[in-house]
Design a protein around this ligand. Structure first.
Ligand code: PHE
Length: 341
């Protein structure tokens, strides 16, 4: 064996030629391995250095270093050139001057719009948001709300029961109980959400509908506070000329109880009263039930009073947007939905 600097230079030139000919990453990698890999042709020269004489060693060593760095540099250059070419190729079919594909903008569902408007108004009055599950138990839905087992609302025909005895809540009033068992008074919350009933489905009845529950508990809360709160809401929603009527009604969990009707010239259907809300003053028996569950007297009915209401959101949206059929909300028909975009 007679290694000479010349042979190394020949090897370098050969490597540079092959690098230049490598037309993709794999080919280039093969060249790299062939010359600079563990047993590559340039790498093997390091081994052979040992067998060189004293004078030759530094000369060849220096040349070997030069050759190695030249070849390494050349491979790197080639690699980035190949990468650039690849990117150019990928973009070659793209004409950036062509008009793009328009992304279709979605819009907010009318029920959600109604909900968001109402929530914003309540927030201005200082109500916080509360929440509860759609699947709840009989205690939260009925017992705690002073609704005895023989009450017609508990009829299996009126509610969806799960095999384990739980049910789809028939109103958002469950959140009154959940809020009071979790926190001490004063309370000022609203709880928007779905409710379910086994109604005959028609233009004004749906198995799932939406409510905003409200609960205000403090000292000296009166019917006047309830009235002021809901009148303010209705006028903000439907305009300053909106008339609001409180009609005596019965709910097991409020006393006295009212149904609330609105009438506004601004609304289609004009001079007609439309029922939108159930409400009343929280029944002392509800506070008592909550106290039992809390195992304290936080809601002492002698000290605290409160009002509660359940707003029918579907009904409100139907009035505001003049929607004739509650079933439209759930049918996902674009011809309907686009009208509220
Ligand atoms: N939960 C009642 C309903 O769904 C409405 C209501 C809520 C009434 C709060 C009084 C107080 O019909």
């Amino acid at each position: 064996m007679n290694p000479t600097p010349h042979a190394l230079e020949q090897l370098r030139d050969l490597a540079l030629k092959e690098i230049g000919e490598a037309n993709d990453e794999q080919a280039l990698e093969a060249v790299r391995i062939r010359y600079l890999g563990k047993v590559g042709r340039i790498s093997l020269w390091s081994e052979q250095m040992k067998s060189l004489g004293k004078e030759e060693k530094p000369v060849v060593g220096k040349l070997l270093n030069e050759v190695r760095s030249t070849v390494t540099g050349s491979i790197e250059q080639r690699a980035s050139a190949l990468q650039l070419a690849k990117e150019a190729q990928a973009l070659s079919g793209v004409d950036v001057s062509l008009p793009g594909t328009p992304a279709e903008l979605g819009s907010i569902h009318p029920l959600t719009q109604m909900l968001e408007r109402s929530i914003a108004i309540f927030r201005r009055m200082g109500f916080a948001l509360a929440d509860g599950p759609d699947v709840d138990d009989e205690w939260h839905c009925f017992d705690a709300l002073n609704t005895p087992p023989d009450h017609p609302a508990r009829n299996e025909q009126d509610t969806f029961y799960l095999p384990d005895g739980r049910l789809l809540r028939t109103h958002t009033s469950t959140v009154q109980i959940r809020t009071m068992t979790a926190a001490r008074p004063p309370i000022r919350v609203i709880a928007p959400g779905a409710a379910y009933r086994r109604d005959e489905v028609d233009a004004t009845h749906s198995a799932q509908f939406h409510q905003i529950e409200g609960l205000y508990v403090d000292e000296n809360v009166s019917v006047a506070d309830l009235k002021g709160t809901l009148e303010y809401l209705m006028r903000e929603l439907f305009g300053p000329d909106t008339a609001v009527r409180f009609r005596p009604h019965y709910f097991p969990f409020t006393e006295p109880s009212f149904e609330i009707d609105v009438k506004s010239k601004a609304l289609k259907g004009g001079e007609q009263w439309i029922e939108v809300c159930g409400s009343g003053m929280v029944h002392p028996a509800v506070f008592e039930q909550v106290n039992v569950a809390r195992m304290d007297n936080a809601y002492d009915p002698e000290k605290w009073t409160g009002f509660a209401f359940g707003l029918g959101m579907d009904r409100l949206a139907m009035i505001l947007f003049d929607i004739p059929d509650i079933r439209f909300f759930a049918q996902n028909d674009l011809r309907f939905l686009k009208q509220f975009a």
